[in-house]
Each structure stands twice: as C-alpha cells, then as structure tokens.
Design a protein. Structure first.
Length: 226
C-alpha cells in the first residue's frame, strides 16, 4: 500500500465515522461529539506531531482511555442515553487487558525506543518497574470483573474469567524476570518476549469476558442476594 492509498483509506474511514457521529448526535446530543473527538485526538496524536503522546509517556494512558471509558462508556451512552457511575468501573477490565499488551510491547522495545528518544512509559519507569506495573494490571482485571458481578453491575456469567487464572499465573512468571539472553527452543516471535505473554493472557481472559457478556444476554441469571 502506498502513502497515497493509506491517506485515502484514512479519509474514507473518518468520513464514515463522521456520518455515524452525526446520526448519533441527532439521537443523543452533544456528548456524542465529546466522546468522538476525544477518541480522534488520542488516535491522531498518539504518534503525530506536535504532541506525540507515545513519545512523552502518555501513549499507554491514551490507549487505556480509548479501549475502556471512551469505547465502552460511549457505546453504553448511545445505546441507553444514560451514564450511571458504575459503567465507568465496568469499562476498566478490557482497557486493562489491552494496555498490558502494549506495556509488554514497549518493555520489549525499551532499548530501541530509548535510542530513538521515544519516552514510552516503560522507558520512563525502567524495565523492572514497568514489569511490576504490567503484573499489577493483569491481576487487577480479575477482582474488578468479579466484584462488578457480585454487586450486580454485570451479570454473573462473567465469572468465567476465573478460568483464565492458570494463564495469568504463567504470564506473571514471565513478567517476574528479565527477558532471557537467548530464546527458548522453538520460541516464535523473538526478540519480542513480554508482549507474547501479555497477549496470550489477554486472549484467554478477554475471550472469557466476552463469552460471559454474551451468556448474560442470552441466558440471564440473577444472584440470590440481588
């Protein structure tokens, strides 16, 4: 694909997005525009000058905002016309999973980014601290999901995410130590290391979360204390 073709694809996609935004604006009001523009700002200035969020340690928080509050809360708002407070918390789990993958990628690229002057959050924190943050995020996913189900914000089928705990433990082991000097036998993806562990955990936990949400819609059940 040439730069011209890429530019055309970007313009087409954003023209479609604009049309969708106007339809939703007519139905729900100006808050739709706020959600849309916030997402556009982060997506454009993630790497575009003069802001370059990725270069100043704000790329990871930006991705967290897009994949959680902006996408989930924004979708809930256009579907229902309301934003109860619990929706902000319910938007966090998937944002957490996606951000851990980005953290893993940026930990893998710390030296390359440092040479280029790209100050991602792992570059700023250093590898050891960045690995701790990634582990905290991966662990935090589970109590947030389960607590949201216990208090009735989300249907109880999302407790299926607990089946992802074995994969979590494996990923935590990977993030608990520096990357090895050489790849293990038959390892695919070297020199990337941490991003792979984060991805397989996100694939498992995220898939179980989506399955639980679907089951909540198709086979709703209610906890006895709610």
């Amino acid at each position: 694909m040439t730069k011209r073709q890429l530019g055309g694809a970007i313009l087409l996609a954003n023209a479609i997005d604009l049309a969708i935004m106007l339809v939703l604006f007519a139905a729900r009001g100006p808050l739709v525009i706020a959600f849309a523009l916030a997402g556009l700002f982060i997506s454009v200035f993630y790497v575009a000058p003069p802001i370059r969020l990725k270069h100043i340690g704000l790329g990871e928080p930006g991705v967290f905002l897009v994949w959680g509050p902006l996408m989930v809360v924004g979708t809930f708002f256009v579907a229902t016309g309301a934003i109860p407070g619990w929706v902000w918390i319910a938007s966090l789990p998937y944002a957490i999973l996606v951000t851990t993958v980005l953290f893993g990628k940026h930990i893998d690229k710390i030296e390359a980014d440092r040479v280029k002057g790209v100050r991602t959050l792992p570059v700023i924190l250093g590898e050891r601290r960045a690995r701790i943050v990634a582990r905290v995020l991966m662990v935090a996913f589970y109590p947030i999901v389960v607590s949201a189900a216990v208090v009735g914000w989300i249907g109880p089928w999302v407790a299926l995410v607990l089946l992802g705990l074995p994969r979590l433990i494996s990923s935590l082991r990977t993030f608990s130590a520096p990357r090895p000097e050489t790849p293990p036998h038959s390892y695919v993806g070297w020199p990337l290391w941490f991003v792979g562990a984060a991805f397989v955990h996100t694939r498992r936990a995220g898939g179980l979360l989506v399955l639980g949400l679907l089951l909540n819609a198709v086979l709703p059940i209610r906890l006895p204390w709610l």
